[in-house]
Structure formats: structure tokens, C-alpha cells
Design a protein around this ligand. Structure first.
Ligand SMILES: Nc1ncnc2c1ncn2[C@@H]1O[C@H](COP(=O)(O)OP(=O)(O)O)[C@@H](O)[C@H]1O
Ligand SMILES: O=C(O)C1=C[C@@H](OP(=O)(O)O)[C@@H](O)[C@H](O)C1
Ligand SMILES: [Mg+2]
Length: 169
């Protein structure tokens, strides 16, 4: 959470002239705010909506260059893990120090309510192995502006494509 998935995802899509889908934005458009979903229906209901939304986004992206930004907990779902194995999965690697100011003014992330820093750190510790396992590309986002990081990510994608082409020759 707050590492820049939405901002850098949008930036990358703009650079590539690709479609951009932020699954949290799709959820909010269809179901109301994330905070309200958590408060009214609970996290389990949110995760069900999220898994369906991600599945739709991946299906709709078939054949159309698309950048999809997920919420930080989406990939904990085993169905989602399977589904995104057909995508290029980018893990934005970050640390607590980088996000501290961003989450201090946290709004709309119910899982960070109260001790935002403690919660972020604890969740990252349990989620990190999953992120690392699923990643095709890992980008260190601790330093640099959103446009700079978008540029670095585009370069990493191009390197990966070139390396793949070399192997397939
Ligand atoms: N590299 C960066 N430099 C400065 N601000 C950033 C950077 N990455 C993200 N932000 C800002 O931090 C906040 C959280 O970013 P966001 O993209 O919503 O994260 P996520 O989708 O991972 O939760 C936003 O206000 C965003 O503009
Ligand atoms: O990490 C999580 O479990 C969540 C991350 C949020 O998205 P961002 O990672 O874009 O903040 C949002 O999906 C929801 O508040 C739950
Ligand atoms: Mg986001």
C-alpha cells in the first residue's frame, strides 16, 4: 500500500499508449468507497469483489496492451495468483521509510487505520514472500519521481522482451 502502484501504473500506461485499469477504482465505481465496503460488508466481501474485478480486468486485457494496477492485497488470493501468471507481473519494492509520510495522511485504506506504520510493516512482512514469488520484474521504487520510475519500468520491460527474444532465437 502506498508504494506507487496506481501512480506508476498510470504513468507507464501513458508512456506506452496502453489502456490503464486500476482495479480499486473499478471497485469504487461499482460498489462505493473501499472504506464503506470494509465497514458495511467486511474484508471478506471486499476480497470477493476484488478477485472478480481482477479476473474481469485480466480477461478484458486479452489482446489489448493494458497496464493493470492491483490493490496490495489482491495477489493473496490463489485464484488471482493463477490468473496473473499469464501477465507480466511487476513488483514495486519499497520500504516503510519511503511510505511513512504517505500513510500518515492515509485516507481510504481501512487496513491502515490506527497505527498505520505498524500495520503497514506487519502486512509487508507477511506479504513480501508472495510478492517476490510472483514477480517477473522487481522495481526498486524507494528513490525517484513517478515519471522517473515510469521510465525505469519501461526500460526494464524492454530489456525483458529483448532477453526473451534472444532466448527464442
Ligand atoms: N515515487 C513517488 N514519488 C512521490 N510520490 C509518490 C511516488 N509514488 C507514489 N507517490 C504518491 O504516493 C501516494 C500513494 O501512491 P499510490 O500510487 O496510490 O500507491 P498504491 O497504489 O501502491 O497504494 C500517491 O499520492 C502518489 O502520488
Ligand atoms: O493492501 C491491501 O490489502 C489493500 C490495498 C489498497 O490498495 P493500494 O495497495 O493501491 O493502496 C486497497 O485495495 C485496499 O485498501 C486493501
Ligand atoms: Mg493503488
Amino acid at each position: 500500500m502506498a508504494v506507487g502502484k496506481s501512480a506508476i501504473g498510470q504513468q507507464l500506461a501513458q508512456q506506452l499508449g496502453a489502456r490503464f485499469v486500476d482495479t480499486d477504482a473499478v471497485i469504487v465505481a461499482g460498489h462505493g468507497s473501499i472504506a464503506d465496503i470494509f465497514a458495511g460488508r467486511g474484508e471478506h466481501a471486499f476480497r470477493e469483489i476484488e478477485a472478480r474485478t481482477v479476473a474481469d480486468a485480466v480477461e478484458e486485457a486479452e489482446g489489448t496492451p493494458t497496464v493493470i494496477s492491483l490493490g496490495g492485497g489482491a495477489v493473496l488470493d490463489s485464484g488471482t495468483q493463477q490468473l496473473i501468471s499469464r501477465c507480466i507481473v511487476v513488483y514495486l519494492e519499497c520500504d516503510a521509510e519511503t511510505v511513512v509520510d504517505r500513510i500518515a495522511r492515509n485516507s481510504g485504506r481501512p487496513l491502515l487505520a490506527g497505527d498505520a506504520m505498524g500495520r503497514w510493516t506487519a502486512m509487508f512482512a507477511t506479504r513480501r514472500p508472495v510478492y517476490e514469488r510472483l514477480a517477473d520484474i522487481t522495481l526498486d521504487v524507494r528513490h525517484g519521481s513517478v515519471p522517473e520510475l515510469g521510465g525505469r519500468l519501461e526500460a526494464a520491460l524492454r530489456n525483458r522482451a529483448a532477453a526473451k527474444q534472444e532466448v527464442e532465437k
